[in-house]
Design a protein around this ligand. Structure first.
Ligand code: NAP
Length: 282
């Protein structure tokens, strides 16, 4: 699996697996853990989760998937903003570690900005890193102004990633946030790369231009949407898939090479940003 370098010098895989909504239905937990294991077998060893997902239930699914193979995985979790004060973040991390059945996270993110001063969260993250409970820390749903502010705080230079909503239909981050992240060596993790909800997904993946490009590559529209993200420097992509066919298709998207005509056709259907726009968020 291709990797990117984090500011710490550690590597992060460019394609991983999301877990939002996993664990919410107990009858599906086994199938979800199997999907994550299949993804790991195929090289998608980065697993992205959060204490918020199913209020811990998604982390339990990840824990089941990791049993016996933790060393292979790159585990990302996120702390709720309301738990992100200096002491709260330690306790939240311990709870996540227990649910995940591991003694450390590869990357721990602030899920979104809340009322707790950022400096306090960064202090908490730094203490967790020193204790070996997390190997890197970062943020999520931070726009350019947030990133600039965070980078200037003590511990801010170590911010290892920013996870944001970024896909073909929501190209805003490409205007200013992605260039800033690239310039500072901070990978941008693209969440909801397939637009997540059925209605929004149908709108993006139903675009005729996407289907035309997909037909040229004997691929699906979803695979082209992922390949479009995966070809961009400094971007990590974390689709969530439970159906085994989806898991396999997502891994195969890494091997699709889009050419200039493909990119021009996609630009014509999904306009690149022409000015700064507020960051979209789920
Ligand atoms: P997504 O990955 O864009 O879309 C997931 C949906 O796409 C599921 O319904 C899945 O179906 C389907 N799918 C997956 N692969 C497919 C394929 N090859 N062809 C057709 N359909 C496919 O949406 P997401 O879950 O919102 O985002 C991905 C991950 O990003 C999340 O799971 C979470 O880890 C993270 N995230 C982070 C934030 C944040 O605030 N930081 C917010 C949202 C999401 P099946 O499951 O049935 O296979």
């Amino acid at each position: 699996m291709k990797t990117l370098l984090l500011p710490s010098g550690r590597s992060i895989p460019v394609l991983g697996q999301g877990t939002w909504a996993m664990g919410e239905n107990p009858a599906r937990k086994r199938q979800e853990a199997d999907a994550l294991r299949l993804g790991m077998d195929l090289g998608m060893t980065l697993i992205d989760t959060a204490e918020m997902y199913g209020e811990g239930a998604a982390e339990e699914v990840v824990g089941a998937a990791l049993a016996g193979r933790r060393a292979q995985a790159f585990v990302v979790s996120k702390v709720y903003p309301h738990n992100a004060d200096r002491r709260g973040v330690q306790a939240a991390c311990e709870r996540s570690l227990a649910r995940l059945g591991t003694d450390h996270l590869d990357l721990y993110l602030l899920h979104w900005r809340g009322a707790v001063p950022l400096a306090e969260t960064l202090e908490g993250f730094a203490a967790l890193k020193l204790a070996g409970k997390i190997l890197d820390y970062g943020v999520s749903n931070f726009d350019l102004a947030d990133m600039r502010e965070a980078a200037g705080l003590p511990g801010g230079a170590a911010i290892a990633a920013n996870q944001v909503l970024y896909n073909l239909a929501r190209r805003g981050p490409a205007w200013d946030l992605l260039p800033w992240c690239r310039a500072h060596g901070v990978p941008l993790m693209a969440y909801s790369p397939l637009e997540s909800s059925a209605a929004e997904q149908a709108s993006m993946l139903g675009a005729p231009a996407l289907h035309a490009v997909a037909a040229r590559h004997q691929a699906s529209a979803a695979q082209i949407a992922l390949a479009w993200l995966l070809r961009q420097d400094g971007v990590v992509v974390i689709p969530k898939a439970v159906q085994p066919a989806h898991v396999r298709a997502n891994r195969a998207a890494l091997d699709i090479v889009l050419d200039a005509q493909d990119l021009a056709d996609l630009d014509a259907a999904f306009a690149p940003p022409r000015r700064a726009t507020p960051l979209d968020m789920r």
